[in-house]
Design a protein around this ligand. Sequence first.
Ligand code: AMP
Length: 418
Amino acid sequence: MTIDQFNFAGKKAFVRVDFNVPLDENFNITDDTRMRAAMPTLKKILADGGSLIIGSHLGRPKGVAEKFSLKHILGHLNELLGVEAQFANDCMGEEAAVKAAALQPGEVLLLENLRFYAEEEGKPRGLAEDATDEEKAAAKKAVKESQKEFTKKLASYADCYVNDAFGTAHRAHASTALIAKYFDTNNKMFGYLMEKEVKAVDKVLNDIQRPFTAIMGGSKVSSKIEIIENLLNKVDNLILTGGMTYTFSKAQGGKIGLSICEDDKLDLALNIMKEAKEKGVNLVLATDAKIADSFSNDANTQFCAVNEIPDNWEGLDIGPDSEKAFAEVIKGSKTILWNGPTGVFEFNNFAHGSKSVGEAIVEATKNGAFSLVGGGDSVACVNKFGLAQGVSYVSTGGGALLEAIEGKILPGIAAINE
Ligand code: AMP
């Protein structure tokens, strides 16, 4: 079922959203992007004449904690929806059930933080540090068992289930995946945000227009290895950049000074190079770097080859030759995936490489390429340079997007599809 096909008139919809927004010390929302992202789904349900039961997590509570109460965001939800939502102080218990049962078309009920219950994540809490393996296993079994009741209860509030929380789609939690079992195929669906994310990921993984170029940056090879392995089977060009550059340079005998490097991943780097060759993938690495004499925006800088970095200097961004080479590959591409900066983009003096990659992607997109940007710092990167409008899709899901690119099945997606 798709949300557009579904008529919510007279129906109660349990909508799992990601309202995990950052709050300041006075509980003011400092960035409401995630809330706004869910509005098209929530408004469509209300416009149809349905009612909303909204479930979300906020932060990482280890039990009930005022600090993580979703009541802090109720006022802003009302503003965005233009409706006075009710609040249930507990997502379980009488109050939530009674309020959900009494909901009339056009009405909204926001449930308290689902993660106040260990059952949401299905992970035991409060285990003693010296707990034995048996105790851990027993606690896990207990929480898994009570998770069934928890999930069933959430499902009992509603006639249909909508998942619009892509950010947690890689977790098999009660409200993101397990709950879907209690609704038949005709009564469960993705929300608009989730639908867009799923389509964007599908386009870069399954509906590829070639050439396909992936740009993977960031600090470490080790955290990206599964993605790199999966992409080697799919891309025509693989640009590996950021801090990874220096592990590759050292592996080939280069001098990298104080640059970030994973000494235990040198063989891995060489293997990736070999594998790329065998698979006919054009692996593109930086040839020059902007180096600094300290890890600071105000450091002295110069450009040099990535394999000739003087002692006591470190590479904090790519140099102009690499920018040019990367841009050429990017501009010749029809499908582009970007995850991770080319350097320490948080320092303005080392942001130029990342900006130039972003600009090349925008140009390729203008010329008809499909470009997906996401995961961790990449979103901050395109926002910093004001380039978000110029790419095809900026994903809201960090970990979820990365796991999807690794080729993993995301439980939140599978639960709707099966
Ligand atoms: P990741 O979380 O792995 O995507 O890495 C993103 C982080 O990598 C950013 O905070 C960058 O500042 C950092 N980074 C990128 N290039 C370098 C570099 N050459 N040296 C140190 N850190 C880097």
